[in-house]
Design a protein around this ligand. Structure first.
Ligand code: HEC
Length: 401
């Protein structure tokens, strides 16, 4: 496909992914909130576990939640599944368009491991498949019926996947595959467990039987897991805007830490909804974040105290970046400057200086370090930025008397 067409297709698919994802997570948050806020109805209604009143958009609503199932199946029963499936399909589409079709640039980092593009894609797809198999087995094992032990082991396994992917793929691809794996667990939970269990419950009711409460409980277990995965997954989906996260030398640890912080915040929300106030969880999450910011500070440039000549920076950008980032790129497959970022003139370089610094200090650019930028060159560019991104060479030192 022509690159400019691929980019348009990627735009539309990304847009759809965002819309479906908002619908899915919005519904998930809403039902979770409902679950936590229904209260025992005043007049006893058979089978009703709780109900609540709400006002929204100028209308009053009353919702009742049943312990197991109502006595009679209503004429219209609304299901929620397409938003989950479409989020997953469009996500997979993006993964193919952005990563798999451009695997040599976006998946492989020769400084990490010299994989062929096909092998890198294999690692990516394998992670999604193996992730589901292991998770599903765990859920069905006795461990799956526990709360905290399951959470601890699940978290440790997901962290191990993050670490392992960092040993094999480029950092950005490693991040997105942890997110894609968790997103896949969430979507397949809906497809393989939640919806089938609901179907069986409805079929039992049609047959005039009372549905087995274990069906509802099994679906609720997966739904709870999905609930805890939402915040970490959402972070990973926006992480490619923040190269200081995945581009850090210990990027996988940053991912693990942010995942834990997201999980703690979600836990606080859930408890609060159930009327359990553990408000110390929020300062704990905030303290974790502060610690992370301090621990992840970038390393000091060896050139920090040496005035950097601009001509040196310009030569580095020309050699390492401009093959792609130019109005007339020469890198094969790059037709227009990626994200419009060009370094052709001094004004261009000044305009993009903060973004140059962000990309170079974290090692994210050049992509997969295809142009072979050295650590010393990174130190020079980051020191130049720290010294005010001047576009003139420093005056020669005054001659010694
Ligand atoms: C092999 C081609 C290639 C080379 C060489 C390259 N880049 Fe990029 N750059 C890209 C692509 C592709 C993107 C778009 C990534 C995306 O879509 O997220 C990009 C995006 C960027 C962005 C925008 C990202 C943002 O969010 O701010 C900046 C800034 C950037 N590169 C800086 C650099 C710098 C600095 C260098 C040299 C040290 C460099 N690039 C070398 C291909 C390249």
């Amino acid at each position: 496909m022509e690159p400019q067409i691929t980019e348009w297709v990627a735009l539309v698919v990304r847009w759809m992914h965002l819309v479906f994802g908002a619908a899915w997570i919005g519904a998930s948050f809403y039902f979770n909130w409902l679950n936590n806020h229904v209260r025992k109805p005043e007049a006893g209604r058979p089978g009703v576990a709780g109900d609540l009143w709400a006002i929204h958009g100028g209308h009053f609503y009353e919702v009742a939640k049943y312990e197991n199932a109502p006595e009679r199946l209503p004429d219209t029963l609304h299901w929620f599944k397409w938003e989950a499936y479409f989020t997953w399909f469009t996500g997979l589409g993006l993964l193919v368009l952005v990563y798999y079709l451009q695997a040599s640039t976006f998946m492989v980092d020769r400084g990490v491991m010299d994989l062929t593009p096909a092998a890198a894609v294999g690692v990516g797809v394998g992670t999604l498949v193996a992730g589901w198999i292991v998770y599903d087995l765990l859920c069905r094992s006795p461990l799956g019926r526990t709360g905290a032990p399951f959470a601890a082991i699940g978290f440790a396994l997901a962290s191990a996947v993050a670490w392992a992917l960092f040993q094999v793929l480029g950092a950005r691809a490693a991040y997105i595959h942890v997110g894609a794996m968790l997103g896949t667990l969430m979507a397949l939970n809906v497809f393989f467990v939640i919806i089938p269990n609901q179907r069986k419950a409805v079929a039992a009711m049609v047959a005039g039987e009372v549905p087995d409460p274990r069906l509802g409980q099994g679906a609720a277990q997966r739904s709870l897991h999905n609930n805890y995965m939402t915040l970490p997954v959402l972070f990973i989906m926006i992480s490619n805007h923040y190269p200081f996260t995945y581009g850090h030398e210990q990027g996988w640890l940053i991912l693990v830490a942010l995942g834990a912080i997201g999980g703690v915040v979600r836990h606080w929300f859930n408890l609060k909804g159930q009327g359990v106030r553990k408000d110390w969880l929020l300062p704990l999450a905030a303290a974790g974040l502060v610690l992370l910011v301090v621990a992840a500070a970038p390393r000091r440039s060896a050139w920090a105290d040496t005035p950097v000549p601009f001509s040196r920076v310009r030569a580095i950008l020309e050699e390492r970046c401009q093959k792609c980032h130019s109005a007339t790129p020469t890198w094969p497959g790059i037709l227009t400057a990626p994200q419009g970022v060009v370094y052709d003139t001094v004004a261009d370089i000044t305009r993009y200086a903060p973004r140059i610094n962000a990309q170079v200090s974290t090692g994210v650019m050049p992509l997969g370090n295809v142009t072979g930028m050295t650590d010393e060159e990174r130190d020079i560019v980051t020191a130049w930025f720290a010294q005010g991104a001047k576009t003139v060479d420093p005056a020669p030192a005054a001659a010694a008397p």
